[in-house]
Design a protein around this ligand. Sequence first.
Ligand code: GTP
Length: 351
Amino acid sequence: GMHFSDDYCTEVKPRILLMGLRRSGKSSIQKVVFHKMSPNETLFLESTNKICRDDISNSSFVNFQIWDFPGQIDFFDPTFDYEMIFRGTGALIFVVDSQDDYMEALARLHLTVSRAYKVNQDINFEVFIHKVDGLSDDHKIETQRDIHQRANDDLADASLEKIHLSFYLTSIYDHSIFEAFSKVVQKLIPQLPTLENLLNIFISNSGIEKAFLFDVVSKIYIATDSMPVDMQTYELCCDMIDVVIDISCIYGLREFGGGSAYDKESVAIIKLNNTTVLYLKEVTKFLGLVCFLREESFERKGLIDYNFHCFRKAIHEVFEVRTNVLRCRKQHSRMQRSKLSTPNSTPRLLL
Ligand SMILES: Nc1nc2c(ncn2[C@@H]2O[C@H](COP(=O)(O)OP(=O)(O)OP(=O)(O)O)[C@@H](O)[C@H]2O)c(=O)[nH]1
């Protein structure tokens, strides 16, 4: 079985479960988003026979677990402490293979969601309608409409219409999977408005067009300013992170494997031939800022760097407040635990 220590009460990262039927694409999503595997390589991924897998990413802002859901899993199996797991979960992603007959997947989705909701009403339920690269645009829309309708009808039939499901069209062959993941993670960050505010102030004072706060390992953006997100800009920023980390891995590490490919010193400037500039800087161990700006604005690099310094400091303060709150909560829950034997609070996800 899968056991989480009581530490989940003090977890500082968003905890996300990934579920779905066999071959729906869970491992591929995890490999592509968190381990830089190229989409084509996933063709050779072997199906896992284990009941569940526990994949926690230590290098990412996101705490991520995959929970396989082969047909035979039994919620009544006493060795399977699903209550404990759902209680510590911020978001449950359910992957539906859109290229396959999805009736069985929808039945599983319904069972899973209704179980999870009983344990924890605060879980965000996110449905990835996956592998849509194989569908035409019309077919995509029709599939989404159909899945949406059936899933909600099932909930209504069970008088569970309170449960809200969000739907995303995803594929590992383009950026849609990163975009969807970004949205899922952002919902779990209570300080999101603060982060957005800081980004707005930073870009408007620095003449920057767009800025993304990225989880560097996964290229999920955990926040951006309020200007609309243009897919191409987002993709460029993702590509920049890849380039910077790759170069740093090859030429930036100290001899004998010392140091890390991403640290306090990490910074990069890329000038494109269309008078735009990409500017990347380290913010925290897991997070980096990627800015998209005009060449003219970059002439005032001193100002940008000064503003960045203030921005970075503010972000660290947001984190410190969080850490202190957690430290208090940890002490508190330790005291509680000596009195009570069952944890009863639901942690919402935290910075
Ligand atoms: N076309 C397409 N194929 C995908 C996509 N994502 C995953 N696949 C393919 O789907 C197959 C199954 O993917 P897995 O990641 O092994 O699925 P899984 O859900 O982890 O499967 P189990 O380990 O059996 O539970 C692989 O051949 C992948 O290449 C996608 O977005 N588009």
